[in-house]
Every structure is written in structure tokens, then in C-alpha cells.
Design a binder for this molecule. Structure first.
Ligand SMILES: N[C@@H](CCC(=O)N[C@@H](CS)C(=O)NCC(=O)O)C(=O)O
Length: 234
């Protein structure tokens, strides 16, 4: 049984969706172990032992590539690990594989971090800082524009095959209402978004642990995620 240490956030959803897309089923092949990032589970020594950056998701597979147990953190690395393990969702030819990898990196280095900041300054920051809201909202709109343009000539984000790049990006756009986005400006991206939303494995994946999610409004969660606890030296 693969253990996924996770929480119902975009980075957690990527892995839940990937497992289901690969034909690995929740309860049979894998289980989700909740790491409540609002109460500080991510700082427990046993979690830090597999995820030293104190972030979900992390995966522990009792049967790694050499038959020995393996743990992997960073959602992009986990998607690559599962693609290698199952032979799915990463094209075999180098040309297509690198197309997918570049869009995966685009998500990991751009879409995730930037939309994360947009969300932070629009939703969570205790003061409304106009400069930060504009800076990250504009950057988010720019990234939506890049994806819209790419999807005007490709069926999926990296190429004409569904891949781990689509799985990495999709969960980050589910919160589009909080990103200052008008879908009318991104028709190709909207079409892709609707198509991915309809996939049964995606629908199963986004439900995993969903009942545990709480809005980050209490002082404890803010302190853990954005205050003293987050920045303690460990
Ligand atoms: N680059 C990391 C980012 C992971 C990440 O930011 N996880 C968030 C939830 S989406 C988290 O665990 N936050 C807890 C914390 O910052 O203490 C990945 O893609 O896995």
C-alpha cells in the first residue's frame, strides 16, 4: 500500500489525481494520511523525516524501484516517480517527454508559487497591500494568458497527449474565482479546464480528504502557516 501524506490543497490534489489516473485506487493500492497543515502536523519530526521542507505532499512506497521502500517529497518529483513506476502519463519519446517536462517545470516554478502568492495577498494577508495584490494578480493573469495561447494550438498543455503537466496545473486553477480571473479572457484554457474537470479520476482525486479542509481564518492556522511556528529554526 502506497502512503500519501497529504492535505486537500492543489499540491495534494495533484498526487491524488495522478494515482487515480494511473489506475491505482484509493483504499486498495494507496491511502491518504492527513497532515493537517493548519494545526502544525507538518512540523512533527516523523513528517519532517520524509518531507524536510515541511510541506505536503510526500509519498512512501514500500516497493521502490529497487524493491526497497522509498519516500519522495515535492509534488513534481512525486508525479515523475509515479509516471516511472506505472509507465503512464509521461510520453516515451524524448521529444514529447521534454515538452511535458518543460510544462511541468513551468507549473512548479511559476503557476504554483505565483498563484500561491496571489491567493495569499488576496485572501489571507491581514492587511490589504495594494501593490502586492496588483503584482501577483497581474502575474497570474499573465500565466493564464501563456497557457491560453499554448492551448489554442494544442489539445493538452504540453502536447496533444494528456500528461503529468496537465495534472500539475489543473488543481491550481480550481480556485480561479479568487485569482481575479474572467474566463472570457482565456477561452482555450477554459475549454481545457472543463475537459479535465470531467475526467472521472480527476473527480475522484479532488474529493480525497476534501471533507477535512477548513478556510484559514483562525489565528492558530495563520500563526502556523505564516507566523512564528513556520519560521522557527528546526
Ligand atoms: N513545491 C512544493 C510545495 C508544497 C506546498 O507548498 N505545500 C503546502 C500546501 S499546498 C504546504 O504543505 N504548506 C504547509 C506549510 O507551508 O507549512 C510541492 O510542489 O510539493
Amino acid at each position: 500500500m502506497i502512503n500519501v501524506y497529504s492535505w486537500p490543497t492543489p499540491n495534494g490534489h495533484k498526487v491524488h489525481i495522478m494515482l487515480e489516473e494511473c489506475g491505482l485506487h484509493l483504499g486498495r493500492d494507496w491511502q491518504a494520511i492527513p497532515v493537517n497543515i493548519g494545526t502544525g502536523d507538518q512540523f512533527k519530526p516523523e513528517f519532517l523525516a520524509i518531507s524536510p521542507n515541511n510541506k505536503i505532499p510526500a509519498l512512501v512506497d514500500p516497493v521502490g524501484p529497487d524493491g526497497q521502500p522509498i519516500s519522495v517529497f515535492e509534488s513534481g518529483a512525486i508525479l515523475l516517480y509515479l509516471a516511472a513506476k506505472t509507465g503512464k502519463l509521461l510520453p516515451k519519446t524524448d521529444r514529447l517527454k521534454f515538452q511535458v517536462l518543460q510544462w511541468l517545470m513551468f507549473q512548479m516554478g511559476g503557476v504554483g508559487p505565483m498563484i500561491g502568492q496571489t491567493h495569499h495577498f488576496r485572501q489571507y494577508a491581514p492587511e490589504k497591500i495594494d501593490y502586492a495584490i496588483k503584482r501577483y494578480t497581474n502575474e497570474t493573469k499573465r500565466l493564464y494568458g501563456v497557457m491560453d495561447k499554448q492551448l489554442s494550438t494544442h489539445a493538452f498543455i504540453a502536447c496533444d497527449e494528456y500528461s503529468i503537466a496537465d495534472i500539475a496545473i489543473f488543481p491550481w486553477l480550481r480556485n480561479w474565482e479568487n485569482h481575479g480571473i474572467d474566463w472570457a479572457d482565456y477561452p482555450h484554457l477554459k475549454k481545457w479546464f472543463d475537459l479535465i474537470s470531467e475526467r472521472p479520476a480527476v473527480q475522484r482525486g479532488v474529493k480525497v480528504l476534501a471533507e477535512l479542509r477548513r478556510p484559514i481564518t483562525d489565528d492558530k492556522a495563520r500563526e502556523v502557516l505564516f507566523g512564528k511556528t513556520q519560521y522557527e529554526k528546526r
